[in-house]
Design a protein around this ligand. Structure first.
Ligand SMILES: Cc1ncc(C[n+]2csc(CCOP(=O)(O)OP(=O)(O)O)c2C)c(N)n1
Ligand SMILES: [Mg+2]
Length: 322
């Protein structure tokens, strides 16, 4: 069993070409690596030495509780929509670990700019269920959180929150505040110009911003392989001159740790980071969608074994037997 790394391995390399020196024809002038991180396998068994927080039952129970709460809320919200009490709703089924890990890793004074499936992060930050239900019921009071006052509301225009995030991060930097803007977007969102522009600015101005890409493999009916010719979405960070990495998006322990490391690095070094969290959309796109029309059940089925809540429960039970 190898030990986990406590630092970020920068995916961005040094440029091998010095400006005064002419590189020889065919010389490698820059090279990059994208690393993948998984701490618990799908059975909940540790595949590397776990970080210190993973020895604390109180932390593990809180992570489990938050994911379960998110799933329970989700089920109720879908039922409310089906009975005509909500306009529409975007489920986070199977993707609970991403939101919960983000919310639990962030500091109170950081600022969240979510997309529309990050209830786990929002609950951890103090947003109430009532506010989220108000929002999906079409009541604008659901965008004016009592706690946390400065977090941005749910963002439906795809990837536009990336541009907002670099704006917020610019303000943090200008005022010399040790805060990080945390922006969540989907795999489909990484094809948008807003996202590329935000990445570029984050790197060029060295802004305190963390991009978390919830790669749930689908953008409504467009599968990941048709979405982009890039081998990973994390490598898009390289073009912006920032660090990018992949994390198992159904492994709440790995996610929390990698996000904490990223936030520390951003806070101290002032350089942005992109984390691609690999998961799967177990639900319809929203309650206005019917995924069975474009996605066979046979594709969805194998992903049930990757459930983030069961994985964490298995891990907890095996390491905390009475
Ligand atoms: C600017 C913009 N274009 C199109 C849409 C319609 N739309 C809503 S969600 C979505 C797909 C987003 O996919 P992804 O970024 O992977 O996020 P996911 O829904 O999978 O979480 C699209 C095209 C939109 N909301 N905003
Ligand atoms: Mg998606």
């Amino acid at each position: 069993m190898s030990t986990h790394k406590t630092t970020l391995h920068l995916a961005t390399s040094n440029n091998h070409q010095h400006s005064e020196q002419q590189a020889k024809d065919g010389a490698t002038v820059a090279s990059f690596q994208i690393r993948y991180h998984q701490y618990l396998n799908r059975l909940g068994q540790a595949v590397i030495k776990l970080p210190t927080f993973a020895q604390d039952p109180a932390v593990l129970i809180q992570l489990y509780r938050s994911m379960l709460l998110t799933r329970t809320f989700d089920k109720k919200a879908v039922a409310l929509q089906r009975t005509g009490q909500l306009g529409t709703y975007a489920s986070s089924l199977g993707q609970e670990a991403i939101g919960v890990a983000i919310g639990s890793a962030m500091r109170k004074e950081d600022l969240l700019l979510p997309s529309y499936r990050e209830y786990g992060a929002m609950f951890e930050r103090g947003v109430s269920m009532t506010e989220i239900l108000l929002y999906w019921g079409g009541d604008e009071r659901g965008m004016d959180y009592q706690i946390p006052r400065e977090d941005f509301p749910i963002c439906v225009p795809v990837a536009s929150q990336s541009a907002h995030a670099v704006g917020v991060a610019t303000a943090f930097k200008y005022h010399q505040q040790p805060r990080v803007a945390v922006c969540i977007l989907g795999d489909g969102g990484t094809s948008k110009g807003d996202f590329y522009e935000a990445l570029n600015l984050a790197g060029a101005w060295q802004l305190p911003v963390l991009f978390v890409v919830n790669n749930n493999q689908w953008a409504i009916s467009v599968p990941r392989e048709k979405q982009s010719g890039a081998e990973t979405l994390a490598q898009k960070a390289i073009a912006g001159g920032i660090h990018g990495e992949q994390v198992d998006g159904n492994d709440v322990i790995a996610l929390k740790h990698r996000i904490e490391l990223a936030l520390d690095a951003i806070r101290t070094g002032g350089k942005a980071v992109l984390i691609e969290a690999l998961t799967y959309r177990m639900c319809d796109h929203t309650t206005a969608d019917s995924a069975i029309r474009y996605r066979p059940e046979a594709e969805v089925d194998p992903h049930r074994a990757e459930d983030p809540i069961r994985r964490q429960l298995n891990s907890f039970c095996s390491s905390h037997r009475p």
